[in-house]
Ligand binder design. Structure first.
Ligand SMILES: [Zn+2]
Length: 466
């Protein structure tokens, strides 16, 4: 199979070289020296195998030879160092006629991880790997190749946990489609922009409608991935409220835009028996109890949920905190695949739809066990795109569709969807990327997140005192 990403025509800002490109490293300034040396990722030594390879300079990039003796792997990452970059830097990695494209963050400096998984079939002993660079200069030096063998059995029961309607599809449609998966969404999605104001002007009524529509989306759209509504659920908790619920676990927290405290109006979207029939209000305690029931009923071998260290949306972070608390009341021992839908101000992953996703750059220290890059075939990317397009929040409102050709109508900030943060660009990709942990590891991830969160809360309280 030839892996070619036909994206060149959609590249904006990248410098296409005319003739041989001379990669003279720009001088690294003192201000960037720390960034140049740093790599936030620390991998547990026992969970992956490393090889030191030698990158040598060629006219338009660097090259290396695939090692002669490597152990079996499903995910391969190569740490390269960028001397400097311009807007929308990218690399093309090729073995013979097979190639993949990966984009980096603009002005990237320092260690970046290239994901080579798309060339798995071609990376045989002694294969010559060419890395052609565009708008970026890579160091020709010794580099670390890190190989992961996850032994993932995707025939097991998979539980995908989504904070909002659309998150399961953005992060894991390619992973969950056509499998023995259950998709459970924590909130109704009854917040965000008031984009149906032309139809419903009262805020409480508006968000009640929006939450119900999105709750229905969350339980029906997985059907496009062959997950029937019997295996989906929306727990109906309130969008934008999970951190407030965490901070006062027994207290009922109303909706953002109204006095309603009852999750039942949103739970009416459900067909499945995954949702508790007990009386429920919008409390942290009820959320954790519901997640315990979901874990018992689904009994998953794989749990998919956000990595709260990378995914900066508060509802995403506290969805995983709630799940971690629920784990204390369930004896199962699944593998955890963590994801992020909100990193680098929603600009990550970089580059056009169809290109490769790898680890985001970062400043904070991040402990990792394994990485799993799940390949997503082109036909599956198309199905994923249309599943996303079915989500009310990812497409224009009826009013916006009526007026979209008008130059004078005032538009919401993200209308029409900005390319920088558009999920139609960011989500249908050559692969889906997951941070893999066992039960002990995922608990450490949550504790690490909470330590940072509590420290920030302390700082905030102290500032309020002054
Ligand atoms: Zn979300």
């Amino acid at each position: 199979m030839i892996v070619i990403v036909a994206a060149t025509s959609r590249i904006s800002g990248a410098q296409a070289p005319s003739g041989p490109q001379v990669n003279v490293p720009p001088a690294a300034s003192a201000a960037t020296a720390a960034r140049y040396e740093s790599d936030p990722y620390e991998f547990a030594a026992a969970d992956s195998v490393t090889h030191v390879i030698r990158l040598s300079r060629i006219a338009d990039g660097v090259r290396f030879t695939w090692p002669r003796a490597v152990t079996p792997w499903d995910t391969a990452l190569l740490a390269v160092r960028s001397w400097g970059a311009k807007q929308s830097p990218w690399v093309e990695v090729s073995v013979g006629e097979f190639r993949i494209q990966q984009y980096l963050d603009s002005n990237a400096v320092g260690v970046r991880w290239l994901n080579l998984g798309g060339l798995r079939e071609q990376l045989a002993a002694g294969a010559e790997v060419i890395i052609r660079t565009h708008a970026v200069t890579l160091e020709a030096e010794a580099a670390t190749l890190r190989l992961f063998d996850n032994h993932l059995d995707l025939q097991q029961r998979i539980l995908v946990i989504a904070p909002h309607p659309d998150d399961a599809e953005i992060a894991a449609f390619g992973l969950y489609a056509d499998r023995q998966a259950s998709v459970v969404t924590v909130t109704a999605g009854n917040a965000g922009d008031m984009n149906y104001r032309a139809s419903v002007s009262d805020p409480a009524e508006h968000y009640s409608l929006k939450g119900y529509l999105r709750a229905v989306d969350s339980v029906t759209i997985p059907w496009q991935g062959n997950i029937p509504p019997e295996r989906t659920a929306n727990l109906g908790y309130f969008d934008g409220r999970l951190d407030a619920m965490y901070l006062a676990p027994k207290q009922t927290i109303p909706e953002v835009y109204g006095a309603n405290t009852d999750v039942a109006p949103y739970r009416r979207a459900n067909l499945s028996k995954l949702v508790s029939s007990a009386a429920r209000s919008n409390t942290w305690q009820h959320l954790v109890e519901d997640l315990v029931q979901v874990l018992r009923k689904v009994n998953p071998g794989i749990v998919v949920m956000p990595d709260p260290r990378l995914d900066t949306h508060l509802d995403h972070e506290f969805t995983s905190v709630a799940l971690d608390q629920a784990l204390e009341q369930w004896q199962g021992n699944p593998i955890f695949l963590l994801y992020t839908n909100h990193t680098d101000s929603n600009h990550y992953p970089y580059g056009p739809a169809g290109s490769v996703v790898s680890l985001p750059p970062g400043e904070a220290h991040l402990s990792m066990q394994k990485i799993y890059s799940h390949p997503t075939a082109h036909a599956l990317q198309i199905r994923k795109l249309f599943a996303l397009e079915s989500m009310h929040d990812l497409r224009l409102s009826p009013d916006e569709q009526t007026t979209c050709s008008s130059a004078t109508i005032a538009r919401r900030p993200d209308y029409p969807r900005m390319p920088e943060d558009d999920y139609f660009r960011r989500a249908p990709r050559a692969n889906e990327l997951f941070y893999v942990f066992n039960k002990t590891g995922v608990h450490a991830v949550i504790q690490d997140f909470l330590a940072h969160y509590n420290a920030a809360q302390g700082t905030r309280s102290a500032q309020q005192v002054h």
